[in-house]
Design a protein. Structure first.
Lengths: 562, 440
């Protein structure tokens, strides 16, 4: 491979790479604002000016191709002088409103001002003024004063979202960004511009002014919005999810996620209608009971039925671990062969970018762990028919609001003699349930899911529960979490009495007198996965460490599964 | 002295008059030769671009790829928006057919089938005049498909007039191309250069109007003839546009290398009231100015001007007499570049406004000696750090005017360092103590 020298260190590069790309791969990130690895090069911010020996002028590292034997200095006197000069130019008209700016703490301009600014201003004139608080679309607010005209957002809309909605207008230091007349910034991926905006010019209307970034913790997990399984981070303060941002994974979602995933997949976790503790139906309405009472009730109720009268419905919203334990319970404890799960598809949702028509995160995982009818068992439609015919009298359902998905099921479910539901929130389905177990939401548990590509990825908890501690269980901690006291307003948090489905099922089988798993040490989701990895071919040889933060492709024929 | 670009022939803008005066013979002659030979002749003639950079025209043409599956284009830059520059419009008005003939020869030499003449939007009159000339040339078969029968050749090319939308920056070659493509007039990051990636990503040559108008004469009279006119390193005639404090302002076509004083005193009739010259800008407002007491013996060609720390630019000479308010001049020039900065890249976008604000402050007698250093520093920080040459265009007048007229500027600023009052008040506003109580 050809080589060039950056700051005295010889590094290899691929033909066609620019200096900034080659240096980045070698671990030397040259300061930049407008350059983004997956957008076109615009070369306008001029912060990446570097000195290249034998070149008459400084060149921008983002557009200059690396060449064999090239000698680059990113911190020579000339390069530093240029960088300081550009930083000064960027700052003269930039408002000094970091204390009230949402971007503060994750602002490239702020970071570079610390690193490369001269520390004092020679600018005594009045700063330029542009429009503030301009809603560019339903979810994005624009502050013209803060904008450094790097054009990342414009290029994102043109090149990634395929929706040219933004443009520059005016000239010189009057340049600002607007939507085209009669249009809004409202493409399904629009909010990514908030992430790539290097300053606080574009802010998330759903999140702005809610929290300082350093007051939140960020935990890595995967999006629940569809079967893509975009890698994300959940930002939590006071045990409440405040926002979701995408996390880079070139194999899955690059740097992006869609607005649906960003806005609609976390609020139910914070919602007031969470199932907080187990509930039993008494005299027609659901009443909160203790765990032991709920397990005992469920175990004795299930014993009232013949094994062929009980059916199980898993969930493409639940993890592999949850679905696996349900299957084990159905087949080995109850002895029922009737197990399946509901498919959720929306032909209007998918697109050519990230979104998939399968709007559940774990269809493939549920299939792989065997939440499909056992030999001679009924599938989902068969189970529904049999309930209508009175052949199936008890239904055990996990983590799926099937009634909202298909309101026609209401009469069917009403016919059941026993209906046990695991649910994170009260919903239409739970209104018909006899026993409701409080299931941990995806943000409250460890687990795995398999996306449409056949890639297994990990769920990692971001929200603490009564049985899962933020610090003891290794979740990311914010400064408030680490250093706050119980007197702090934002260090208390609402911890809910919920458990992951697999754990509930384990306890339930114990209450029913069965030892579902021989190993008594099944304390963690990881232990369940270890059992699965021994029994399920697709998971063979895998463990949580191997799956890691970015997931791993399973050795399965995806086309066949799909 | 023979004039090449603007000969003294009555009604030369009419196609019949042009044809009678040896018109379209050069293109006939050129079409019988190989394109590479044409490029070679232009290269040997020493013709250098008249748009400002004075780059060798033949060399530029030779950068065009010989083998490509893309169409090639010629752009003719008639944006002429540099203050002090008003020569191209003379060509549109008085000798448009020689420009057309030059375009045909250039297209043949570089293998382009299409040429665009980009004319400054404010030049309504000259756009009409040139369009009329072009229509006449088309109707007589000198341009377009008619060339095949007219010249008995397989080669033909089309010429289109494109009207600019009123931006100085569109005279910069790459933003001109963006503008032609219907995009915002933003300069492109170079490399790639136009010969590789020009109009619509295709190989493109872009030349100034005056440059192209010289080409037919080179083909007719031979490169040796041309190379012997004026200064050997920058041969040919130059359209000197003289304006400002002179008795006879105007465009004068004269050989390169004329003495600046000769131009001002002999051709432009000297300074009104016989006043002394304070300052001369030799090549349009963006070029470094010269002190009036340093213009003796200065020759007007690229190399000689480089030696005295300025540049030929477009040959637009601006003369300022001793009563000129240089601070006002500089503030006005700075205002122009502030207004015309496209705003794409940081140093120019932010720096032009900053320099203007400082200069306005000095105009209002609120400047200090330190501000002069600041001006030079800001200008130096813009220079060389931008995408296009507008950075230099904005920085040079400020930097060199302040440097070369430091004594003049020092008289206009306070020797003390002024701390702006606004800032003082601001910092004190929120203290609990009365200002008088705060000891130094």
């Amino acid at each position: 491979m050809p080589k060039l020298v950056v700051d005295g260190k010889e590094i290899e590069f691929k033909q066609g790479q620019t200096i900034i790309e080659a240096a980045k791969e070698a671990g030397n990130t040259i300061p930049h604002f407008c350059w983004h690895p997956s957008l076109s090069v615009s070369g306008n911010c001029r912060v990446c000016l570097v000195e290249v020996e034998k070149m008459p002028k400084l060149v921008i590292a983002c557009s200059t191709l690396a060449a064999e034997g090239m000698i680059v200095h990113t911190a020579s006197e000339k390069a530093l002088a240029a960088r300081n000069a550009v930083m000064e130019f960027l700052l003269i008209n930039h408002p000094l409103d970091c204390p009230i700016c949402d971007e503060a703490g994750e602002c490239k301009l702020q970071d570079y001002a610390y690193a490369h600014g001269v520390g004092e201003s020679r600018f005594v004139e009045e700063k330029t003024h542009k429009d503030k608080r301009v809603p560019l679309g339903p979810n994005i607010m624009f502050d013209g004063d803060r904008c450094i005209s790097c054009s990342r957002c414009i290029r994102f809309c043109d090149e990634i979202a395929g929706a040219p909605e933004l443009t520059f207008v005016k000239r010189g230091d009057r340049v600002t960004i607007v939507t085209y007349p009669g249009r809004q910034l409202e493409n399904p991926y629009a909010m990514n511009v908030v992430d790539i905006c290097p300053v606080g010019a574009l802010t998330n209307r759903d999140f702005r002014f809610k929290a300082r970034v350093w007051d939140m913790s960020a935990n890595k997990t995967i999006c629940q919005g569809c079967s893509r399984g975009c890698n994300i981070e959940l930002w939590v303060r006071n045990n409440e999810i405040l926002r979701i941002t995408p996390r880079q994974n070139d194999e899955v979602n690059s740097y992006w996620m869609c607005d649906h995933g960003r806005l609609n997949t976390f609020k139910f976790v914070n919602a007031d209608d969470r199932v907080d503790g187990p509930y039993l139906r008494r005299e027609g309405s659901l009443a909160k009971v203790g765990w032991d009472e709920a397990f005992a009730a469920a175990a004795s109720e299930l014993k009232q039925f013949n094994k062929n009268e009980i059916a199980f419905i898993g969930s493409a919203f639940a993890s592999c671990e949850d679905n696996y334990m349900l299957r084990e319970f159905a087949l080995n404890v109850i002895g029922s062969r009737h197990i399946d799960f509901m498919r959720h598809s929306d032909s209007n949702f998918g697109d050519e970018i990230l979104r998939k028509n399968d709007i559940t995160p774990n269809t493939m995982g549920a299939e792989l762990v065997g939440v499909t009818p056992a030999a001679g068992g009924l599938n989902f439609d068969g189970i529904i028919n049999s309930i209508n015919e009175g052949k199936i009298k008890a239904l055990y359902l996990i983590e799926d609001d099937i009634l909202s998905a298909n309101p026609e099921l209401e009469n069917t479910l009403a016919k059941l003699n026993l209906f046990i539901v695991h649910s994170s929130n009260f919903n239409k389905t739970t209104t018909l349930a006899d026993i409701v177990f409080p299931a941990a939401a995806y943000a409250e548990k460890n687990g795995t899911m398999v996306n449409f590509q056949g890639r297994i990825q990990r769920l990692m908890p971001a929200v603490a529960t009564l049985e899962q501690d933020r610090s003891l269980d290794g979740m990311a901690m914010s400064r408030l979490d680490k250093f706050g006291t119980r007197f702090d307003r934002w260090a208390k948090g609402n911890k809910r009495d919920v458990r992951p489905t697999w754990k509930i099922i384990l306890s339930l089988s114990a209450a029913a007198g069965y030892k579902l798993i021989r190993q008594a040490q099944a304390n963690m989701a990881e232990d369940i996965f270890e059992i699965m990895s021994k029994k399920i071919d697709a998971f063979k040889g895998l463990d949580y460490d191997k799956i890691g933060e970015k997931g791993i492709m399973l050795k399965i024929d995806v086309a066949e599964k799909a | 002295m023979e004039k090449i670009v603007l000969p003294d022939i009555k009604d030369l803008h009419l196609i019949d008059v042009y044809i009678k005066n040896n018109g379209f013979n050069a293109v006939k002659k050129a079409l019988l030769q190989k394109p590479d030979d044409i490029i070679d002749q232009v290269k040997r003639s020493g013709l250098r671009g008249r748009g400002g950079a004075a780059f060798s025209t033949g060399l530029k043409w030779s950068f065009m790829p010989k083998t490509t599956d893309k169409p090639k284009y010629l752009c003719v830059n008639g944006d002429e928006s540099e203050p002090g520059s008003f020569k191209d419009r003379q060509i549109f008005e008085y000798n448009p057919h020689q420009l057309i003939e030059g375009i045909l020869i250039t297209c043949y030499a570089i293998g382009a089938k299409t040429a665009y003449v980009y004319i400054r939007g404010e030049y309504h009159k000259w756009i009409k005049l040139f369009q009329k000339a072009l229509d006449d040339a088309y109707s007589q078969g000198y341009v377009g498909k008619g060339m095949k029968t007219k010249f008995q050749t397989d080669f033909f090319c089309d010429i289109y007039v494109h009207k600019g939308a009123g931006a100085y920056i569109c005279g910069e070659e790459s933003s001109l191309m963006n503008s032609l493509e219907g995009k915002r007039g933003y300069p492109r990051v170079k490399p790639p250069f136009p010969a590789q990636f020009g109009l619509w990503g295709c190989p493109t040559t872009i030349n100034n109007v005056e440059t192209i108008t010289n080409v037919p004469a080179i083909i007719n009279n031979g490169w040796e003839w041309f190379s012997k006119i004026g200064e050997p390193k920058h041969p040919g005639t130059i359209l000197y546009g003289i304006s400002g404090h002179v008795n006879k302002p105007g465009v004068y076509e004269l050989p390169s290398g004329m003495l600046l004083t000769d131009l001002i005193y002999n051709y432009a009739g000297g300074v009104p009231g016989n006043k002394k010259i304070l300052c001369v800008i030799p090549g349009g407002s963006s070029m470094p100015p010269l002190r009036g007491d340093k213009i003796e013996g200065v020759k007007m060609d690229a190399e000689s001007l480089k030696a005295v720390g300025t540049s030929i630019g477009t040959g637009g000479i601006i003369v300022m007499d001793e009563d000129t308010d240089l601070v006002k001049v500089l503030a006005r020039i700075a205002k122009f570049y502030y207004h015309e900065s496209c705003g794409q890249c940081t140093p120019c976008r932010e720096g032009t406004g900053w320099m203007l604000k400082i200069l306005n402050r000095i105009l209002n007698n609120e400047g200090s000696s330190k501000d002069l250093d600041l001006l030079i520093s800001v200008a130096s920080n813009i220079e060389g750090n931008t995408i296009c040459a507008l950075g230099e265009a904005a920085a040079w007048p400020v930097k060199f005017m302040v440097q070369r007229f430091r004594d003049y500027f020092e008289k206009r600023v306070s020797p003390e360092v002024l701390i702006p009052v606004a800032n003082k008040v601001h910092s004190m506003r929120h203290t609990a103590f009365p200002i008088a109580d705060i000891k130094e």
